[in-house]
Design a protein around this ligand. Structure first.
Ligand SMILES: [Zn+2]
Length: 365
C-alpha cells in the first residue's frame, strides 16, 4: 500500500542488486561455549564445535555420509503405509502436517533406510530424520524398521538404527504405540539370524522409541552429550517431587549407570562401529544340542517320578484325613487322587495301592 516500500525500494534493489548469493548464516554460535563457528570449518569437523567438542545436530543425510565408507550408500525403498488412520486433527489436520513436513524434508516420513559398508563391513542403517515432525514414530517409521531388518537378514548384513526422536507420533494414537512391539519383532528377526544389531543413540532419543527397539541392541553406542530417556526431566521431577542429579539423562550419565555400552565422539563412530561389526560377524557354528533324545526322555522320567511321588504323598495325606472324617470324605479324596493317574498311562503302582489301602481303612473306620 505504501508507495515508498512498494515501488521505490524494489526499484533500488533491482538497480543495486540484492545480495541473495551471500547466505546470512555463515557464522553460528556454539550453544555450549558460545564460541563463533564458521560454517565451512564446522561442516569439516562434522558439526562438532572445534572450541569445546560440543556435538551439534547433523542432518540425516550427513549422518549416513559420516557412517558409510566414502559417504556412499544405496537408499532402500519402503512400502507406503495407510496415511492418517484416525483422521486426526488438532490445530491442523494431520495430513496437512505430513504434507508440510514432506515439502520441507523431501522425504516420505521421518526415516531413511540405506545399505552400504562401514569400514568394509556390510550394514543396513535405518536412521531417523528429526527434521520430519521431530523424528516421531508412526506406522511409516515402524515399516522402515521392518524393511531395514528384513534387508539386513536377506543380505546377511549388520543392522544399525540411529534414533533421533521425540517418541511415538501422537497423531497416530494407538497405531503409533503398536510400532513398539512391531519394531521389537523386526529386531528379533535380525537376532534370530545371528546378525549384529547396533543402536547409535543420538540427541534426542526419548519416549516410545527409547522404550522399544532403541534399548535392546547388542551394543549401545551414544554420541557425547546426547539426551536419552523416556519421559522428560521436568515431568519426572514434578511426578516424584525430587530434584534429579546433575547430567541426568545424558549419554555420559547413562554410561556410568550401565544403561549404554560406550560414548563415542562423532569422528570415531565409523571406526568403532566397523570394528564392532567385524567382531560380531565372526561366523558362529549353528547351535546343535547334544544327546537331544536322551536328555528328553530323561526329563520325562524325572517329571513322571515327581508326579508319582506327589500322588503317593497325596494318598498318605488322604488316608490320614479319612480316618478322622469318615467314609464319605474318604471316597471323595480318593476320587480326586485317582484322577491324575487315569490321565497318565502309567501302570498301577505303589501310589495306587496306597490309595486303595487308604480307602479300605476308611471303610473299616
Ligand atoms: Zn563449543
Amino acid at each position: 500500500m505504501n508507495w515508498l516500500s512498494n515501488f521505490i525500494r524494489p526499484k533500488i534493489s533491482s538497480l543495486v542488486g540484492a545480495k541473495k548469493d551471500v547466505p546470512d548464516n555463515l557464522w553460528q554460535k556454539c550453544p555450549s561455549c558460545d564460541g563463533m563457528l564458521f560454517h565451512r570449518d564446522l561442516s569439516e569437523a562434522q558439526n562438532v564445535c572445534y572450541h569445546c567438542g560440543h556435538h551439534l545436530p547433523v542432518s540425516v543425510t550427513e549422518r549416513l555420509a559420516i557412517l558409510f565408507d566414502d559417504g556412499a550408500y544405496k537408499e532402500i525403498k519402503v512400502r507406503p503405509v495407510p496415511v492418517d488412520p484416525l483422521r486426526f486433527k488438532d490445530r491442523k489436520r494431520y495430513t496437512d502436517r505430513l504434507k508440510e513436513a514432506q515439502a520441507k524434508t523431501k522425504r516420505a516420513d521421518a526415516f531413511i533406510v540405506a545399505e552400504g559398508t562401514i569400514k568394509g563391513q556390510k550394514a543396513v542403517i535405518m536412521a531417523f530424520d528429526f527434521a520430519f515432525m521431530g523424528g516421531s514414530m508412526g506406522a511409516a517409521v515402524g515399516e522402515a524398521i521392518l524393511v531395514g531388518a528384513q534387508t539386513a537378514v536377506a543380505h546377511k548384513a549388520a543392522f544399525v538404527v540411529v534414533p533421533s526422536s521425540g517418541g511415538a507420533r501422537m497423531q497416530e494414537g494407538m497405531v503409533s504405540l503398536m510400532q513398539m512391539p512391531r519394531s521389537i519383532i523386526a529386531v528379533n528377526m535380525v537376532k534370530d539370524a545371528k546378525l549384529p544389531y547396533i543402536v547409535l543413540l543420538t540427541d534426542p532419543t526419548t519416549g516410545g522409541v527409547s522404550a522399544s527397539f532403541a534399548m535392546v541392541g547388542d551394543v549401545h553406542i551414544a554420541e557425547p552429550g546426547a539426551m536419552i530417556g523416556f519421559a522428560g526431566k521436568r515431568v519426572i521431577q514434578e511426578t516424584i517431587r525430587e530434584a534429579l542429579p546433575e547430567g541426568f539423562q545424558t549419554a555420559e550419565y547413562l554410561l556410568q549407570h550401565g544403561m549404554i555400552d560406550m560414548v563415542v565422539p562423532r569422528k570415531e563412530l565409523a571406526d568403532t562401529m566397523g570394528r564392532i561389526i567385524e567382531i560380531l560377524m565372526v561366523k558362529a557354528k549353528p547351535y546343535s544340542p547334544k544327546g537331544k533324545s536322551g536328555s528328553g526322555s530323561g526329563l520325562g522320567k524325572f517329571v513322571k517320578g515327581k508326579a508319582n511321588g506327589a500322588v503317593e504323598d497325596k494318598a498318605k495325606a488322604a488316608g490320614a484325613v479319612a480316618k478322622k472324617a469318615g467314609i464319605a470324605a474318604k471316597a471323595k479324596a480318593i476320587k480326586e487322587i485317582a484322577l491324575p493317574r487315569e490321565l497318565s498311562n502309567e501302570k498301577p503302582n505303589d501310589a495306587q495301592e496306597n490309595v486303595q489301602q487308604a480307602g479300605q481303612e476308611a471303610r473299616a473306620a
